[in-house]
Design a protein around this ligand. Structure first.
Ligand SMILES: Cc1cc2nc3c(=O)[nH]c(=O)nc-3n(C[C@H](O)[C@H](O)[C@H](O)COP(=O)(O)O)c2cc1C
Length: 190
């Protein structure tokens, strides 16, 4: 049972409303304590059959981030092109938006709910980040590069683990405007 005061509930909703996909970061690095708080929040997510299938890689090496970005861009744009989408991201576009920290949530488990568990952990992590003034953005476009065996090895993901949820983190530079949402599409209410 989740019992918190109305005031805290309002505060929690405020965090959800304030979360943005942040795409501009200051140079200030996240320290170990801040990151541990986020990982501790991530693992509070619900998990099917209490499997807790998630595992975390933290990458803060700028050279490695740049190398992954350089690898990811052509793969991602090729996929977009093949699916008929036009993208002009420019040549100096950096897939991680200049963030100093990438967290990759991976799993060695297989099963119908493993990805759901990892994405729920990702959302917990991003909401906790927002509550502490840390910006975040899911970088789905990096996933294909993160699956390359050499990349996995470079960032310490063992072969039997599958990267699922890549999230960048950092202190935001400037304001990120909110994006809009359509109202809930209610299919039935019986
Ligand atoms: C699975 C997934 C993959 C995403 N991949 C990217 C990405 O590769 N690059 C990026 O800048 N944003 C990415 N995003 C962020 C979305 O673009 C963003 O959530 C959406 O535009 C809504 O904006 P908001 O998060 O600020 O509300 C991704 C989001 C999700 C859920």
């Amino acid at each position: 049972m989740c019992m918190i005061s109305n005031e805290k509930a309002e505060g929690f909703l405020e965090v959800m409303k304030s979360r943005r996909s942040v795409r501009a970061y200051s140079g200030r690095m996240l320290d170990r304590d801040a990151l541990m708080k986020l990982l501790d929040a991530a693992i509070l997510a619900p998990t099917a059959m209490h499997e807790e299938p998630w595992a975390f890689s933290v990458i803060q090496d700028r050279d490695i981030l740049k190398r992954i970005s350089d690898l990811a861009k052509p793969i991602f744009f090729e996929r977009l092109h093949r699916s008929g989408r036009a993208v002009d991201a420019g040549t100096d576009f950096e897939i991680f938006h200049g963030a100093g920290t990438l967290v990759v949530i991976s799993s060695r488990h297989s099963g119908p709910f493993v990805d759901a568990d990892c994405w729920l952990a990702a959302e917990n992590l991003m909401l906790a980040a927002c509550a502490w003034g840390i910006g975040s953005c899911v970088i789905g476009s990096s996933l294909a590069a993160l699956e390359i065996p050499e990349v996995k090895s470079t960032i310490g993901i063992p072969p039997e683990y599958r990267p699922i949820a890549p999230i960048v983190l950092g202190y935001p530079e400037g304001e990120t405007p909110a994006t809009s949402r359509r109202p809930p599409h209610i299919l039935s209410w019986i």
